[in-house]
Unconditional design. Structure first.
Length: 269
């Protein structure tokens, strides 16, 4: 899902729709055209996307024999992934090279807190669920607050329900599915001292990721481009030994080369 631009500088997203269903030659030509036009392409893909999408992405990249296509699929819920993609679009408007921009995705995941309110956890396999919580899922009217990132948490929603959140100022994005609840607005957001709250439509992969369509998904994030830029540019850059571009961290997203351990300066989570 491509979120609306955060500001007038945010680079537009290119959505590769129906990538696994369109003719292969058409998909190949579309991606080749993007690389030819922009120089480098960072593809942000959800792990909840159909397996055929990811297989096609890898096949296209292999056939094009291109180190200018970076495939990035962090283990984030769909809404958080959409937020991260927009942050990379914000940074793409700055004087940041493609290798640093692609590497920034791993850094910025550490500043996201993402979860959902669910009516049932019986089909939730992304977060550890004990037998008691499974049993409570069968009680009519039960709802659960779940954090998937950065650390798994689960609590049955009630007067005493709490979930640990960020210890720095963030905004919150909310996406409502088929569940009626105001708990995020009235309880969680105030408890987390969020600076503002916005709404978006629910990503197509959310029901698959969370195991139910009866949910409200949420994610806290840093919206300010100047803060994002400072975070990324404060990390020491190194030259990738594989493709020669500047990167941050211990691995190049484009050619997958590993940098020496002593040159890694961002969390690798």
């Amino acid at each position: 899902m491509a979120l609306p631009a955060q500001d007038e500088r945010t680079v537009p997203a290119v959505v590769l729709e129906d990538l696994d269903r369109r003719p292969f030659e058409q998909a190949l030509d579309a991606i080749q055209a993007l690389v030819d036009h922009h120089g480098h392409l960072i593809v942000v893909c959800s792990r909840a996307a159909p397996s055929g999408v990811r297989q096609r992405l890898h096949t296209v990249r292999s056939l094009l024999e291109s180190d200018r296509i970076g495939l990035f699929d962090p283990d984030l819920p769909p809404l958080a992934l959409a937020v991260l993609a927009r942050q990379l679009r914000q940074l793409a408007s700055c004087d940041i090279g493609p290798g640093v921009l692609a590497s920034a995705g791993r850094l910025l995941t550490h500043y996201l807190h993402s979860g959902a309110v669910l009516n049932s956890v019986t089909r939730l396999d992304r977060v550890p669920v004990d037998l008691k919580a499974h049993a409570r899922s069968w009680v009519p009217g039960s709802q659960f607050g779940v954090i998937a990132h950065p650390e798994p948490q689960l609590a049955r929603i009630g007067p005493e329900a709490t979930l640990a959140g960020p210890d720095f100022g963030t905004w919150m994005l909310l996406a409502k599915g088929q569940l009626q609840t105001d708990w995020v607005n009235t309880a969680l957001a105030p408890a987390w001292n969020v600076l503002g709250l916005r709404e978006a439509r629910l990503p197509a992969e959310s029901a698959t990721w969370w195991g139910t369509g009866r949910l409200v998904e949420f994610c806290t994030y840093l919206p300010d481009l100047s803060v994002l830029y400072q975070l990324v540019t404060s990390v020491r850059q190194s030259v990738c030994p594989g493709c020669g571009i500047d990167v941050i961290g211990d691995r190049c997203v484009f050619c997958h080369a590993t940098l020496p351990v002593h040159e890694s300066h961002i969390p690798t989570g």
